[in-house]
Design a protein around this ligand. Structure first.
Ligand code: NAP
Length: 244
């Protein structure tokens, strides 16, 4: 049975993607930065109820050394890694004039360096397998920019460049790499925004509703499926039409 590894998957979009890929028949390697993230949720039980195997691997994906160890452990446990979803991400918002060096560096480490780490280690396995799917979580903030998110939008734009580069480097080995760029999706990450910010966003969305985690999981499921075998280097916006 094929295996999917989803980073930052204890909750939010990552957990929804993990559950959807379990429904699609993948064994699931979950990940989050601490054990505590799994304590008050039932994501593992829900995945196992789909009749697939599931294990969690605690790792800070911004660490090169920990990422290497984790990928090795997943390969040993499941035998292969067929789908990698680089989902883990954080925000540390602030206007440029007030943003600290620490805020900037932390977001770059977690959102961007993690994609380098995991794509490198999992990509090596996929190249040897001569097959694999890498799916990266970008954002509309990386395409259009977003006031108060210089750090975040930089990482999400970088992920788009990384996606196209990986697609070009690994394509001849049967490995595809694509990105999804969500708009405003209801998760703990976006719960932090003020009502004013939320209303402003809503006004810009053609479909006049915020997205749901399953709106993202469905597109990731397609990109991981046989039907998407000839799709690579693409960025699919899932935003209800925020900008067109
Ligand atoms: P979320 O609810 O905050 O979930 C992200 C998960 O990643 C959390 O469980 C988080 O743990 C974990 N994580 C953070 N740092 C990590 C690290 N160093 N190593 C391993 N795991 C780590 O976020 P989300 O809204 O589901 O977002 C998922 C992805 O979609 C992110 O890449 C985000 O940028 C992208 N996205 C989201 C939206 C949106 O509207 N929600 C829009 C565009 C793009 P902690 O809670 O401990 O930090």
């Amino acid at each position: 049975m094929a295996t999917a590894f989803i980073t930052g998957s204890a909750r939010g979009i990552g957990a929804a993607i993990a559950l959807r890929l379990a429904k699609d028949g993948f064994n699931i390697a979950l990940n989050d930065i601490s054990e505590a993230m799994f304590e008050d949720n039932d994501i593992m039980e829900k995945i196992k109820a789909e009749g697939v195997e599931c294990e969690k691997f605690i790792c800070d994906v911004s660490s090169f050394a920990d990422s290497e160890k984790t990928v090795k452990a997943i390969k040993e446990r499941f035998g292969s890694i067929d789908v990698l979803v680089n989902n883990a991400g954080i925000t540390r918002d602030g206007l440029l004039a007030r943003m600290s060096e620490e805020q900037y560096d932390m977001v770059v480490a977690v959102n961007q360096k993690s994609v380098f780490n995991m794509s490198k280690f999992v990509g090596n396995i996929m190249m040897r397998q001569r097959s694999g799917r890498i799916i990266n979580l970008a954002s509309v903030a990386g395409v259009y920019g977003n006031a108060g998110q210089m750090n975040y939008s930089a990482t999400k734009a970088a992920i788009i460049g990384m996606t196209k580069t990986v697609a070009k480097e690994l394509g001849s080995r049967g490995v595809t790499c694509n990105a999804v760029a969500p708009g405003f999706i209801k998760t703990p990450m976006t719960d932090k925004l003020t009502e004013e910010q939320k209303n402003m966003m809503l006004g810009q969305i053609a479909m006049k509703r915020f997205g749901d985690v399953d709106d993202i999981a469905g597109v990731v499921s397609f990109l991981a499926s046989k039907d998407a075998g000839y799709v690579t280097g693409q960025v699919i916006e899932i935003s209800g039409g925020i900008m067109m």
